[in-house]
Structures are given as structure tokens and as C-alpha cells.
Design a protein around this ligand. Sequence first.
Ligand code: ADP
Ligand code: MG
Length: 572
Amino acid sequence: MGKIRVLSDETASQVAAGEVVERPASLVKELVENSLDAGAARVWIEYARGGSRLVSVRDDGCGMDREDALLCLERHATSKIRIGTDLERVRTMGFRGEALPSIASVSRFRLVTREPSADSGTEVVVAGGRVESVRETGVPPGTQVEVKELFYNLPARRKFLRGEETESAHIIHGLEGTALASPGVAFDCRRDGREVLSLPRAESLAVRIRDLFGAEHLARLIEMEPAQGEGFRLGGFLARPGQGRRDRLQQFVILNGRPIHCPAVQQPLREAYAEALERGLHPLCVLLIEMDAELVDCNVHPAKREVRLRQPDILRRAIFDAAKSVIARARQELVRPVLEAAPPPPAPVFHRENPQQNLTLEKVPPPAVEVPVSPAEPDPADRFRLLGLVGGDYLVLEGEEGMVLLDARAAGERILFETLMRQIDQGEVPSQQLLISEVIELPAREHAWVADHLDDLRAAGFLVDPFGGSTLKIEGLPTSAAGREPGPLLHEIVSAVRTSGKLSRGRGVREAIVRSVARLAAAEKFSGDEIRARRLVRELLRCELPYASPSGRPTMIQYSFAELDRKFGRGG
Ligand code: ADP
Ligand code: MG
């Protein structure tokens, strides 16, 4: 009846030995993975004092008979692989057959298990790796593993455990990943007797994300179109433009059903979001990757946390493309709610003499005359009343649903970026000849880069010629950057673009050049009057991606009236 076999020595050594139990979180992870491998529909987790006093994981899975309950505590006893070549096809979570014996050797350990068809179950008690008792017992079907006093027999390791809060945060973060990887399984988790997670079985990943992190979090994500390539499929949820965090705790990557750390994934996300996310933020994501087992080496890390991919480039490319298309789709969806808001509110009133007075909470009546606007193309700026300027160049607007602060500089950058890209795509070179051409010197690597990208630079308005050695002749600059010192300008742009990423080829290089031009050109303070301000709003709202500057800063911050009510405690 036993399902477990002891691996041959040869196979055992193919499965590199390693420390499985780093900290309580790794314990929880191993035990929960065993439960999932056992086909559990529900898993109950409990821990105390950051997991150092107690970790208990119970499931309603297939359970074990008496023989297996004892065998599973022997090193390299696993029911999941038999010979080394199986390693290449591993789909289950565990496969090393070393978690339970490792855990049992460094704790006071109790295993209670029963197969659903059996009349009774088995209890095995182990301390420091030595079996203390085995007995028959009446328990519900499934398995419970209880680990008390982790490292009690290794005081040096026990001292290395961090504070309870830290260990607890690791446990919860690990469970979040596991729960996202298995939406169809219910999870309950109690910490020091208090419920910290209660996740019913979810119909879909979206529901699981909502149950875990809330509807607001789900709304920050957009489901990507499933994509596939040779040997892999991609799916899941990626951040809408502007939705990121300073840490990577909300970047979940699930490979073949297992939450992993995969540095190969970070680069394409970073590059794809370069213009949709503030620098220093990491886009939120729950990325699902299904990959042929032959292309993944999941036996690199003893806790199976890191995996090595055999062909990371194809995957990187696919993730980059998927993220780009999510961003493109999100911007269409995002523009609509603003532009399709109810009838236009009254036109704005703007105190030209003293713009600081424009920030007023009173409703100001509309003026008698309005500039006529062609009915075919409604002016999107009409959706907002322009109330004034604060802090020099933040415009204050009131819309149907709330108040908007608009950063005139970031907006200017976005508008200029899209205008220049449009001109480039149409083959216009937005360039202005210098009266006297200038010869500059560049460091060797920058010079080489310029020589490789002459066409891109020229398309963007830099009329340059390599001029022997490390020198360069500049004959014209982009119109929007006219008046700047050609040498420093080019130097700045080349160094910004050179470091902007490898995945951006062709149009991507031009985008990077234009992004830099726009950033430098829009760096000055907004000094406009009402007419300029309205034009800025209109042009921004007509942009394809109005919510972020091309370097990823937000252009607008919105405060809905509901949010204001909440902040003032009006509630409802
Ligand atoms: P691995 O998961 O790598 O096989 P483990 O040491 O984690 O190694 O577990 C050893 C074996 O014990 C598993 O292969 C499985 O057969 C059995 N086992 C462990 N946990 C459970 C569980 N919760 N339910 C049923 N069987 C289990
Ligand atoms: Mg295991």
C-alpha cells in the first residue's frame, strides 16, 4: 500500500543536499507545499511567536498509512520521484524528500495523518530527529504536522532567528505567494491565536487577488492577454501605469504553479514600465508562467525559491511585449472615464492678475462667453474648471468627480514627447540648424554609441557627424532644445539613453532619445496664463498616455470627492 520509496544513492546525490530550513517561513512553505502535493482542498496554518514556538500545518489531503508516516521521516524518502531523469519533469512542489526529516531533526515534531479510506490514523512524535512514539489514533482524514521549538537543539541557530514581526512578515509573504499560485485551495492562517488570513476557495486568480489584497488592489492591476512562445505560456495580472511600490513585495511570479524569485523577470518589467512608472518604483504584478519542465532548472536552490531558466531571453522578450501591451490597453481604458464623464461643467474662471488667488473653494459662476469649440471634437479641457496655480506650476482643476492637481512640467514633458514621436513617425525631422556648427569630444564609449545610432539621433533632430577620433560635429539640434549648449546636451542624452536598457531597440532607442529631450526641454517652470494653462490641459488629455510623464512621473493626482469626504470624516 505504501507510496513511498527510498531513492537510490545515485539519485540521492543528484538531488543536491542543502539546508531546507532557513527560518520559520521556509518551514511553513515546505509543509504547505506538501499539503498541496497531497491534493488538499483546504490548508490550515497556525504559528506562534513568529513561528519559533510553533508552526502547525493541517490539510485534508490524501494522508499516509502507518508505514509511510514512518518512512517519510527518512532522508530522501519521497513518493514524488524515483530516478534522476524524473527530475526534469518535476511538477509537484516537493521532490527532494528531505524537508520532513530535516525539520524533524531540528525541532519537537509531531505528525498525525490518516488516509481517507482508513479507519484510524497514525501519530508519530519525534524530538531532535529521534522517533519517540508511534501510535494509532482517531483523527480526521488528512495530515497535520506540528513543529514546536524550532532549533531547540541548535541554540546557535535559534539565536539567529530575527524578531517575531520579521519572521511573521516572511511567513505571511510566503503564504501570499502560495495562495496566489493555488487559488483553488482554501487557506486559513492564525498567528498567536488570531486569524490573519481566511481565503475561501477562489474561482479565479482575480478573486484570489481580491480576497488577499482587496478590491482596490485588484483595480490597480489589469489582466494581460495570454501569450505564448516556444515551450512557455504567460498570463496573469500586471500593474496599470503608475501602480508600483518601492519594494518588490507585490511582484509575484509563479512558475509552473510555484512562487519563485526570478531575476530574469525583473529586467523586462523595469524596461517596459520605464515610461509608465516613477523611477524607483517596481510595478505590481502576479505573473503566471507555464514553462516546459525541460526549460527550467528548479533544483538550484535547496528551498526551490530560485529557478534557473535555460532560455531566459525569449521569456524576457515575451514579458516585455506583454507589459507594453498592457500599458497601451490600460491607457485607453483610463482616458475614457475622464473624457466620457457627464456633461461638461461650466467653463473655468481664472484670475489672471494674481494667479495665487485662483485656488478657491467657492463655486465661481461661468463667464457669459465661451470660445466656440467644434462640436465634432469636444474639448476635453471642458471637463474641468481651472481654479488656479499653486506652488508655481501645479494647476488646480475641478472635474465632475473631484479635484485634480496637475504638474505643468510633467504634463509639458508628456505632450512634447508625444508630439516629437508623432513627427518622427511621420518622417519629419524636428530640427533647427545651428548658425555655427560645433565640434565636441565624447568619451570613447559614448562616441561609439553615437556612431551606431546616427540614424536614430538624426531622426530625433540631432544633426551630427562623427568627425575623426572621438570628436563629433553637431550641425543642428531638435527644435525644442534649440538654444541649449549642444555639447552638454548631447552628452547628457547619450549617457541617459545608453543606460536605458537593452530591450529597447529601433523605435525604443528613438523613444529614449526623445524622452531625454522632452525632460530637458520641459525642465523650466511653467509661466503661462489662463490660455496657456487651458491649452496644456487640453493637449495633455489628448495624449495617448496622459497620466504619466515619459519618464514615468505622474502628471496628475486626483482626489475624488468621495475621498475628500472620507478624509474629512464625513463618511456615509
Ligand atoms: P518531498 O516533498 O520532497 O517528497 P518531504 O520530506 O517534504 O519530501 O515529504 C516526504 C514524503 O512524505 C512526501 O513525498 C509525501 O509522500 C509524504 N508527505 C509529506 N507531507 C504530506 C502530507 N501533508 N500529506 C500526505 N503525504 C505527505
Ligand atoms: Mg516536501
